[in-house]
Design a protein around this ligand. Structure first.
Ligand code: IPE
Ligand code: IPE
Ligand code: MG
Length: 254
């Protein structure tokens, strides 16, 4: 009986209360995965999973904002996702436009900056326009920076940084000796942002899928079997709680 009570208590742990509010990760990155499988489980088309996934975005952005997270980077479309059937790609692009149109007002009210990382010049024009509008409207806000990773690939990002740096050398603006880690970081899409402290991947996959390759050198990883449409703020609190109980040594000794 004692054991039973103990177990029950454990299950209802309030992770929000247990989180140290002075040690909130500055930058959280999330690979929003499992929309398709969530839909398949329910005999629904994959696009229904993506729609349900947008609801999760709303909740998680709000929760991060409330906790005082400074940067939230959401992997929404990778450089490899173009391989998917065009109907699915189109549905994802339409959802992005819908999300921005319906949400920007509320995000602005909540002091959120709507930013994007990735090569957005390859997205449909309407997506580029809505992203620009959202950014222009929210760029002076001082709260959470919401980074939507769109047509984002870690290798593509590093390749682009190499090109930019090579160009600077060609134009005699810098010397080869000036190349260092800071210079590389400052030529990535995430220039001026801290590296992620915590990377969350739901859906039971244990890989990076070309996300933030350079930036996650010392990021803490948190995995879960839950599909993204079912991920909620309680899971986020749990991830942050676990993160706070990790020992980050950065190669040193404690
Ligand atoms: C959403 O999950 C992530 C995107 C690429 C938009 P998926 O569409 O990859 O869902 P699964 O992994 O097939 O379940
Ligand atoms: C990663 O998920 C990309 C996004 C979440 C946008 P994928 O579903 O594309 O990754 P893989 O194919 O399982 O590695
Ligand atoms: Mg997937």
């Amino acid at each position: 009986m004692l054991f039973f009570n103990k177990k029950k208590k454990n299950e209802s742990k309030n992770f929000l209360e247990m989180i140290d509010k002075n040690k909130i990760p500055k930058h959280i990155a999330i690979i929003m995965d499992g929309n398709g499988r969530w839909a398949k489980q329910r005999n629904l088309p994959r696009t229904f999973g993506h729609k349900a996934g947008v609801e999760t975005i709303r909740e998680i952005v709000k929760a991060c904002s409330e906790l005082g997270v400074k940067y939230l980077t959401l992997y929404a479309f990778s450089t490899e996702n173009w391989k998917r059937p065009s109907e699915e790609v189109n549905a994802l692009m339409n959802l992005l436009v819908e999300y921005l149109r319906s949400e920007v007002q509320e995000l602005h009210k909540n002091n959120v900056v709507v930013n994007s990382i990735g090569d957005i010049s390859k997205l449909p024009l309407i997506c580029q326009e809505e992203l620009k509008n959202a950014y222009e409207k929210t760029k002076d806000n001082t709260g959470l920076v919401l980074n939507l990773a769109l047509n984002y690939g870690g290798r593509d990002e590093i390749k682009n940084a190499v090109i930019k740096i090579a160009q600077l050398i060609k134009e005699n603006k810098i010397d080869i000796e000036d190349i260092n880690e800071e210079l590389i970081s400052s030529n990535l899409y995430t220039a001026n942002m801290p590296d992620p402290d915590l990377l969350i991947r739901p859906s039971g996959e244990y890989r990076l899928s070309n996300f933030l390759l350079w930036q996650v050198a010392y990021t803490e990883f948190w995995y879960s079997n839950i599909y993204w449409p079912e991920f909620n703020r309680e899971h986020l609190y749990r991830a942050i709680y676990d993160y706070q109980n990790r020992d980050r040594r950065f190669g040193g000794i404690k």
